[in-house]
Structures are given as structure tokens and as C-alpha cells.
Design a protein around this ligand. Sequence first.
Ligand SMILES: N[C@@H](CCC(=O)N[C@@H](CS)C(=O)NCC(=O)O)C(=O)O
Length: 341
Amino acid sequence: MKFSIMGFVAAAFMASAGMATAQETAAPASKTLDAVKARGQLSCGVIGVSPGFSLPDSQGVMRGIDADQCRAVAAATLGDAEKVKWVVLTPQQRFTALQSGEVDVVYANVTWTMTRESQLGLQFANVYYYDGIGFMVKKSLGIADASGLDGGSLCMLTGGTTELSVQEYFSLHKMTYTPVLFSEGEEARKALLADRCDAYVSDASDLAASKAARGDSGNDLLILPERITAEPLGGVVRKGDERWFDIVRWTHYTMVNAEVLGIDSKNLDKSLASENPAVRRFLGLEGELGQTLGLSNDFTQKIIKQVGNFGEVWDRNIVGVDRGMNDVWTKGGLQYSPPFR
Ligand SMILES: N[C@@H](CCC(=O)N[C@@H](CS)C(=O)NCC(=O)O)C(=O)O
């Protein structure tokens, strides 16, 4: 009894003194956030040659859904979406650049897998693209599904999830194939066009983007119906800086929640006059949600104004892919933000 009375007295003292209780602790500092602020730039690792994800346009401006995720983190942390230092990484370099501290976050077509978290000291903050590995062939090959690839040759990238997934799929289906391996995606895609292999194997997002990027000649290509794996693509951070993990995670959820609430970069100003308490809290007009992350309370406004909601980011970057699973949950998709409260 004595113990519980003491506990009660201690809790009452802490509450009356305004001290943090077990439910509420002060925002821990983030070494990564401090470094980003001191540098005045977010160092973001991207593939840089991946249409729809990260690829410089004709003016040299990095474009794509990965690029926009980096911009959103810069808007949230520095108040300016353009304060991004782009670090171009091959699939093999994506993880070492993060481990060594060269980059603060990686948005580089990276699939969330167990061992990437359990062995590499990394952590996935979100899933911004639900993807799956598929096959692309020339229509002239005359096949309609993956069974037609038995005995064929397959162009693919090394250093990612593709090689092992293909091995397992072909072994399971008692089919054989000859791998033709590349360290750069564009070389593999060109090899398909030059008939050096029967199919190019990659994330379906990459297949669709590469097909679309080829304009009319893309019509000669066919993406087969099979998706042989689940490839949830996520933003990656180092383990050990939980606050930074929170920031990257809630930056993505900001874009999703904005879409669900019907708030976008164009109508944001109107939403600032909203009487909906959930909207007012989300936009930082009331409460202190931003501060709990170590950010300004209007960090969500900065993301939405400068980068957009998730639907705007999708429409701007992803061509030739139905939203499907990647739609927000209110429209039957998997993009679902936990509450901003
Ligand atoms: N999502 C898979 C595959 C990632 C991957 O290799 N994506 C391609 C799609 S663009 C890529 O990064 N290519 C690099 C390139 O095009 O050079 C993974 O995380 O291992």
C-alpha cells in the first residue's frame, strides 16, 4: 500500500509541477535533424536514373516520386523543398551511403525487406509505393504470360531483390532461364531492345515508367501479367535516431492525410479558414503537433504548399500505372495515415 500511495503522490507532484508523465515525454533531440539544419540542406540518396522515381529533366532538375519525397522532408525540416543535396547511388551503394552517414535518408526504389532491417542497421519509415516484380518483353516475342519465358534469357539488375526473386520463381515453376546481369538499369533496358535477352525483369513501376519513357516505340513492349513478389518501396533511415525516423514517417503521412482530407497545394489557403478541428490541428493552426517532432507547427503546410498531397505527387510523376493499391484507403487503396493527434 505504502508503495502505491507514494506513486500517487509522485504522479500528483509531477502533474502539478508540469513535469512529463509516463504518457508524455519531451521531444528527444535528433542528431540527424541537427546536422541537416546546420548544413542547411537535406542529403538525400536517390537512384537518379529511374524514370518516375528520380531522374533529372532537360533543365537538370531532379524529378520523380522519390525526388518529391526528399523535397517533402526538406520542406518539413528546413521550410524549403529545394534545399536538397541529391546523392546519386547505384542499387549496391544505397545502404552503405546511409550507414556511413553520407546521406540523411534514402529514397531509391528500395524494397522493405526483413534482413535490410535486421542486418543492415537500417529502418523503413513508410511505404510510399506498393510494387511487385514483373517481366517486360517485346510484343514480337509472341508470349502472353511468364510461362512463355521457360528456357529464355532474362536481363536484370544485380544488387537488389530481383536476382533471388527470379531464381525462386523459376525453380518453383520448374522452369529454366539464363540470367544476363547489369549494374545499371538503363543498360539492362537497352539490352532488351537490342534483343540481348527475351525479357527485362524489374519492379513493375520501373517497367511501366521505362515503357512510357519510350513514347510510341514503347507500344512494341508488353508487360506480362504476373507480379512474382511484393515489393513495398519505402524511405530508409539509419537505426538509432528515432526522432528522425518519426520525421521521415510523418512527412509521408502528411501527404497521405492531406489527400484524404481533400487538401492540396492549390486549395491550402482556403483550408486555413476551415472550422474542422481535425484540419486545424493537422495544419498546425491549433495545438503543437509539429513541436512534438522538433519541427515548426506548420510543417504540414510547408509540405503541402511546396510539394503537394500524395495524389498530386503521384499524378505528377507516375505515368501508365493505375493507382490501385497505391490509392488512399478512402478510395480502396492501401495508403492510410494514422491520426494526426
Ligand atoms: N526494389 C528493388 C529493386 C530496386 C532496383 O534495382 N530498382 C531499379 C529500378 S529503377 C533501379 O534501381 N535501377 C537502377 C538503374 O536504373 O540503374 C530493391 O530494392 O532491391
